[in-house]
Design a protein around this ligand. Structure first.
Ligand code: GLV
Ligand code: MN
Ligand code: MN
Ligand code: MN
Length: 411
């Protein structure tokens, strides 16, 4: 069976096509928030690339793009799915998300050139707001699809400019009344394999280009809102202040101290918003965003409890108060052992690695067997402009994915 393309387009040439989209001169790297002009341009790029491959494209009611490769015209059920996301963190790297999408397109070319007799359809999927950079809730697209996030909660989320997700969804052709769990869509899916740039040094240390994922740390995000007295920086005596910035700063240090007391924990404050945010204004409120991860969900919960207690103490010492709000919590994920075992049989040289990063494959695991492939990142750095993949490794990843998909769709 042959497709319309005769030569496979390599992952590296696909990545080169999008290298100029969404660059961020101020931060370095890429800023591609969901439904920003950059992310929309990437979605258009994906759709055009999928059309060139004669894939059947649909955008579902949660904004997930599906591109179907079904040369045998099989019923749309028990599909093998691959793909990733095109949104990025602010000032992120080129590969987190797009590498999985480019690899999926390249894999289609490789499959189309083979004489396969598929028994299962194949779908490429692009998930919106995987990073949660715009609305604070990671994997929003897949969490809406599975119902892990209710449509009411999603619709009410507001971005930094005050645009609600409902409004943004409507602006991008979705009906905000039809967001949410999609049983019909889910009933078509059989398994999901997501390829992703590795976000640590595992493959560098192992000196090999591709690994199979085993698990994801339990991870969550919380907002600590410190409330004090907004006031004038020049007229307010140092002894006469209730400055929430000081409570927030002391708490950031506590996050590091407490995080270090727990083996294997990661505790981070990467975002801090003073309100109103003027250099000659003592803030009235400071929001501190906390990210905590560990492979035991109970340890995550205990650590957050300890951090909240420390924050209350620090707030009281400054005459301030503090409230804690959970923005999201994703339990630890172990990828499907049967699917993972199959990947190990297909790619016998690939080592097994766990990750501390969240992925749509972690969310979909609640519905269907999921697995991941990681591709070596020589810098070991991610969510940063320094994230990197060498061209030969990107292409090795594309070939590994194609080998896995060829096996799964002819199973
Ligand atoms: C997303 O990449 C996350 O793990 O925060
Ligand atoms: Mn990612
Ligand atoms: Mn990411
Ligand atoms: Mn992620």
């Amino acid at each position: 069976m042959t497709g319309t393309t005769t030569t496979a387009q390599s992952v590296s040439t696909l990545m080169a096509e999008i290298a100029a989209i969404g660059t961020d001169a101020a931060r370095g790297g890429y800023s591609r928030p969901v439904y920003s002009p950059a992310e929309l341009e990437l979605r258009e790029w994906f759709i055009a690339a999928a059309r060139r491959r004669s894939l059947e494209i649909e955008t579902d009611r949660n904004g997930i793009i599906w591109a179907w490769w079904n040369p045998a015209e099989l019923p749309l059920t028990d599909a093998v799915v691959t793909g990733s996301h095109l949104d990025s963190v602010p000032g992120g790297g080129a590969f987190d998300g797009p590498l999985g999408v480019a690899s999926a397109l390249s894999a289609i070319d490789i499959l189309a050139a083979q004489d396969l007799a598929p028994t299962r359809p194949l779908a490429l999927a692009v998930f919106p707001e995987e990073e949660g950079s715009r609305y604070g809730l990671a994997c929003l697209g897949s969490q809406l699809l599975t119902g892990a996030v209710t449509p009411e909660r999603a619709a009410a989320l507001v971005d930094a400019d005050g645009t609600s997700f409902a409004e943004l969804a409507a602006r991008n052709g979705l009906d905000p009344r039809h967001l949410g769990r999609d049983d019909e869509r889910l009933s078509r899916l059989g398994c999901f394999v997501e390829l992703h740039v590795e976000q640590g040094r595992g493959l560098v240390d192992l000196d090999t280009p591709v690994a199979i994922g085993s698990s994801i740390l339990g991870h969550g995000r919380w907002r600590l809102s410190f409330l004090g007295q907004g006031n004038h920086a020049g007229t307010t005596l140092m002894t006469d202040r209730r400055d929430p910035m000081l409570a927030a700063a002391a708490t950031v240090l506590e996050v590091r101290r407490l995080g270090r007391t727990v083996d294997g924990a990661r505790a981070t404050v990467g975002k801090l918003d003073p309100v109103p945010g003027g250099s000659n204004v003592i803030a009235s409120r400071v929001d501190v965003w906390l990210d905590v991860r560990h492979d035991d969900d109970a340890v995550v919960a205990a650590l957050v409890t300890d951090i909240a207690a420390a924050a209350r103490e620090r707030a009281a010492a400054e005459g301030c108060s503090v409230t804690l709000t959970e923005a999201s919590m994703s339990p630890r994920v172990d990828f499907d052992p049967v699917l993972r075992g199959r990947l190990s049989t297909i790619l016998p040289d690939a080592p097994i690695l766990s990750t501390g990063a969240g992925h749509d494959a972690g969310v979909l695991k609640e519905e269907i067997p999921t697995a991941m492939l990681f591709v070596r990142n020589p810098t070991g750095v991610s969510h940063s402009p320094e994230e990197y993949v060498e061209d030969p490794d990107a292409d090795a990843g594309g070939h590994a994915l194609a080998t896995v998909l060829a096996d799964l769709i002819t199973q």
